[in-house]
Design a protein around this ligand. Structure first.
Ligand SMILES: [Zn+2]
Ligand SMILES: [Zn+2]
Length: 232
């Protein structure tokens, strides 16, 4: 499934840029994006937006400033005059077009991290972009009358945020992964304890579905099971 609709008729459409998800959220006369995909997918993204009939984008919320989420922010800012919103703790990376490098959590990721340290700069760069601010408050409503809130969900990176739509569906960025069935811990992250805390905060919103930056949707029971598995 690539489209979801909430009770207040907010539509969420997922564009899959091979390995990274971009979400198009429309309703109440507004359209905004959550994440933008890697820069290598700029033309693909533009084509998908055209196919969906999107001509105006009021804002872009970046869940964090990694290259696979912020790669097309500069392009969208220029082409659609979109407001680019990111948590203040991620803003410096966006301005420089550099990803912060989170520590590897899984053994595989730790090996990858060691390998990446030699080649990292080029691979993790993306076109820089001057963001408009996103207040660091826990619950920020970026689109006036739209039932959408942004909440801080740190753990993967210090300024990671999630976007909660209608208290039904949360767009979580890399706060959780949907790549391996039933396992949501991302391979990379700064702080596992903080991430588990963020999962609890996400459950507290009442959402039934969590749509991550990579992979497929995650259900409430899956989040609950992962919290139990990682709790001491
Ligand atoms: Zn990330
Ligand atoms: Zn990512």
């Amino acid at each position: 499934m690539n489209t979801w609709m909430t009770k207040n008729r907010i539509r969420i459409h997922r564009i899959i840029c091979l390995y990274a998800n971009v979400y198009v959220v429309t309703g109440h006369g507004h359209c905004f994006l959550v994440d933008t995909g890697p820069a290598a997918f700029q033309r693909f993204l533009a084509r998908q937006l055209r196919r969906l009939g999107i001509t105006r984008i009021h804002g872009v919320i970046l869940t964090h400033s990694h290259y696979d989420h912020a790669g097309n922010a500069a392009f969208l800012q220029e082409k659609f005059k979109s407001r680019i919103m990111v948590h203040p703790k991620e803003a410096e990376y966006l301005k420089k077009g550099l990803s912060s490098v989170p520590g590897g959590i899984t053994a595989f990721a730790r090996v990858m991290e060691r390998l990446a340290s030699g080649i990292e700069p080029k691979m993790l760069e993306f076109p820089p972009c001057a963001p408009d601010a996103l207040p660091a408050s826990e619950h920020h409503k970026p689109f006036y009358d739209m039932p959408v809130t942004v909440m801080a969900t740190p753990g993967h990176s210090p300024g990671s945020v999630s976007v909660v739509v209608d208290r039904e569906i949360a767009l979580t960025g890399d706060c959780m992964f949907g790549v391996i069935p039933k396992k949501i811990l991302p391979p990379f992250g700064d702080d596992v304890g903080q991430m588990v805390h963020s999962w609890k905060q996400l459950l507290a919103t009442g959402c039934h579905t969590f749509l991550p930056g990579h992979g497929f949707g995650v259900s409430r029971p899956t989040v609950e099971n992962n919290i139990t598995a990682l709790s001491p």
